[in-house]
Write a protein that binds this ligand. Sequence first.
Ligand code: UD1
Length: 420
Amino acid sequence: MDKLLINGGVSLNGEIRIAGAKNSALPILAATLLTPETVQVCNLPHLFDITTMIELLGCMGVQPVIDEKLNVEVNSSTIKHFSAPYELVKTMRASILVLGPLLTRFGEAEVALPGGCAIGSRPVNLHISALQAMGADVVVVDGYIRASVNGKLKGAHIFMDLVTVTGTENVMMAATLAEGQTIIDNAAREPEVVDLANCLIRMGADINGQGTDTIIINGVSELKGCSYSVMPDRIETGTYLIAAAATRGHIKVKDTRPDILESVLSKLEQAGADIKVGDDWIDLDMHGQRPKAVSLRTAPYPAFPTDMQAQFTALNSVAIGAGAITETVFENRFMHVHEMNRMGASIKVEGNTVFVEGVESLKGAPVMATDLRASASLIIAGLVSENETTVDRIYHIDRGYECIEEKLQLLGAKIRRIPS
Ligand code: UD1
C-alpha cells in the first residue's frame, strides 16, 4: 500500500489550480442514466471515486468514452443491468446515486445497501422513504435495496427529516421524469446540489428553488443530451488554504469559487489570514505569522462544512490559543484526533466536540489515514511537524484529492509518495 512521506516545517508558497468538484461530478455522472442521448461531462477531477463511478456505469453495460481533453461522454442507451454491486458500493457509498435515475427511467433498480463507514453509521432511509412516497416498491433483501415501480414514479411532497445531500440529489433526479410535481422540503442547499440541478436543467428538466431548502421539480417526459462543465471543488480549495494558513504561508488558488466558501474564508480570517479574492481565485497570506486558534461548529451549507472540520483541527493544533470544534453532521468524525495526539497535539474529545490547545509545533510520526478528509488533516499535521511523517493507507486521499503530492510540491512542500 502506498504511503506519503512528509518532511514538515516548510511554509507553503505559490499557485495551484483547483480541480472539478468530486461531489458534483459523482451525481452528474449518475444523471447521465436519465437520458438515452449522449451527455458530455467536462472538468471531471482525476480521482479514484470518479473511476469507481465510471466502472459502475460500465458494469451496467454503459461504456463512457474519454476524449482527448479528458472529458467523458456517456451514452446510456446500451444499458443492460440496473444493478450496483456490493463490490463497488463498499468502496464508494455515493454509488447510491444511481438508485433514483435507474428507477425513474427504467422502473427498476438494485443497489447494494451501503454499510457504515469510518465516520458513522450513515443510513440511506431517507432516500428510500422519499422514493416510496413517489410510488416505488422498495425492499431490502440479501443486503440489496430492490426498487421497482409499476409505470412511472408520481410526484410527491417530500419533507426530509434531516438535511441530506445525496438524498436530495437522488430524489431530485428521480423527480425529473416522474409524473407531476415533486416538492422537496428541508432540501440540502449545498452548491453541489445546485450544480447537479443546473446540469439537469441543461438536459431539459424543469427544476426551481435549487440552493434554497424547497426544491420544486415538474416531471417531464424525457431528458436530452448536453455538455456540462463541473464546478470547482470547494473542499479541495479549502484544504489547500488551511494547509497554507497552518504553515504560515502565502498561496493563490485559481479556477475556484470564493462565493461558495464564505464560512471557511471567514474562519481563516479569524485565524489571522489576509485574504483577497477575485471571481475565480483566492489569495491567502499569513505574512509569516502563526495562526490563531478558532472555534467552529459544522452544519449543512451555508454553515461550516463537515468535510473541512478535520483540516481545521490540524490548524488549531499548532495555533496560538485554544479552539473548540463541534461536529453536528456525522457522529464519529474524530478518528484523526488520536493520530494528531500521537504527533504531540493537545486535543481532547468530549461528546461531539474536540477541544484543541495549540502547541508550537508537532513531531513527525507514522500515522494512519481512516477516511478521506481525516487523511487530508494528517497531511496538514505532517506539514507543520518537525522531522518526518509517513501517512499510511492513502488510498483514502486518492479518492478525493487530485495529484495531492504534486500540488503540494508545487507549493514547496517536501512530500513524496512511497510505493508499496
Ligand atoms: C455528502 C457528501 C459528503 C459530506 C456530506 C455532508 C457526497 C458524495 N458526499 O454525503 O462528502 O460529508 O454530504 O455534507 O456528496 N442521513 C440519514 N439518513 C439518510 C441520509 C442521511 O440519517 O437517508 C444522515 C447521515 O447519517 C448524516 C446526515 O444525515 O448524519 C447527513 O448526511 P448526508 O448529507 O446524506 O451525507 P452524504 O450525502 O452521504
